[in-house]
Design a protein around this ligand. Structure first.
Ligand SMILES: O=C(O)c1ccccc1N[C@@H]1O[C@H](COP(=O)(O)O)[C@@H](O)[C@H]1O
Length: 215
């Protein structure tokens, strides 16, 4: 039975976290990257995490952070998992004693099977859109046909997902999980409960179709 997991990233407010959970999200992402409009401090993130119900995965997003910065956030929050969205090496990512996802910014010509070998220690690869202007959170989708069928690791599809395109994305790519930030916002860092609910409904419908059931 297929159940596509969903991570809502760029959480800055408790009410948005609770809306995501109420709609059925499996994971919440907290951006520890100061230049991002969705950046939170460890103290802000922990205030939200401490108020969450159990069985929700809390993911910390970092971009080329120092080892000390990552350690300090881990020590002062309830993170379950790390997401590295910059140019981090596999050795760097694997040193923190928490499972990690490595974000790969996809563009034509990139060998994703090689990326999978390079990051063999990752729990999953997160595929996001390559952009010269930003390291992530671009709101732009990439050409999903660039993903080779022979990839083995759980894939988290990201990049420009929204309530309008998520069903097509889920059905075409059939990833382990979907990751969305800008596509469920009313403004950067502020989520829309309505957009989250529609996004989740689309994922449920896509799963039901794949499982041969009506919703
Ligand atoms: O959200 C950000 O501001 C951000 C900054 C730096 C790196 C990654 C960032 N976000 C992640 O990018 C992908 C795609 O986001 P979007 O749905 O296209 O807005 C996702 O994993 C975000 O968590």
């Amino acid at each position: 039975m297929t159940r596509t997991r969903v991570k809502i990233c760029g959480i800055t407010r408790l009410e948005d976290a609770l809306s995501a959970i109420a709609a059925g999200a499996d994971a919440l992402g907290f951006v520890f990257y100061a230049p991002s409009p969705r950046a939170v401090t460890a103290a802000q993130a922990q205030a939200i995490m401490a108020a969450l119900p159990p069985f929700v995965s809390k993911v910390g997003l970092f971009v080329n952070a120092t080892v000390e910065e990552v350690r300090q956030v881990i020590a002062s929050t309830d993170l379950d998992c790390l997401q590295f969205h910059g140019d981090e090496s596999a050795d760097y990512c694997a040193q923190f004693n928490l499972p990690y996802y490595k974000a790969i910014r996809v563009k034509p010509g990139l060998n994703l099977v090689q990326c999978e070998e390079d990051f063999a220690s990752a729990s999953a690869l997160l595929l996001d859109t390559y952009s010269e202007k930003a390291v992530g959170g671009t709101g732009e989708a990439f050409d999903w046909s660039l993903i080779p069928a022979e990839m083995q690791k759980p894939l988290i599809l990201a990049g420009g997902l929204n309530p309008e395109n998520v069903m097509q994305a889920a059905q075409q790519v059939q990833p382990y999980a979907l990751d969305v930030s800008g596509g469920v916002e009313v403004q950067k860092g502020i989520k829309s409960p309505q957009k989250i609910a529609v996004f989740m409904q689309q994922v449920l419908q896509s799963d039901a179709a794949r499982n041969g059931r009506l919703v």
